[in-house]
Ligand binder design. Sequence first.
Ligand code: FES
Ligand code: FES
Length: 184
Amino acid sequence: MSSLYDEISPESPDDVPVLRVTMTVNGEKRAADVEPRLLLAHLLRYGFRMTGTHTGCDTSNCGACTVLLDGKAIKSCTMLAIQANGHEVTTVEGLATASELHPIQEGFKQEHGLQCGFCTPGMMLAAKALLDDNDDPTEDEVRWALSGNLCRCTGYQNIVKSVLWAAAKLRAEAPAADQESELT
Ligand code: FES
Ligand code: FES
């Protein structure tokens, strides 16, 4: 069985063994039978149809494939799907709720942080890893956090502004959330 590899590489031989992996993707338990050589990026895109995870270089350079693994930003083109077995994965599809954009997505909209959008999911997840850790980053800290993600369109200025906008919004929202938790 090599159904995923059939789509990625039609020349692939049919007799490669598969392993069952399970992981939580955007809060939902998912399972798949994968060949040991399958990349996490390819499982997300072709297996789970999370096509917001882009692949630009397949060599760990561009960052378009960035997702969160247990809250840490990783390049899913350089991780095997079997290495994510038992872990929590967040893709760009997991940022917004049914009714609201995530503040990071709102920031990119407000500050015109994207043009073609190819780099955008990876940028947003790298930004999320930063803001989860540091709610008031300096511009330099934002630039450092995004330094593994390439953008061929924007010149980066508006991406940095977008992340700073999101940080301010998240800080503004935090007291209300804290008060609610104190009341419950
Ligand atoms: Fe993973 Fe470029 S596709 S870093
Ligand atoms: Fe086009 Fe970044 S918006 S690559």
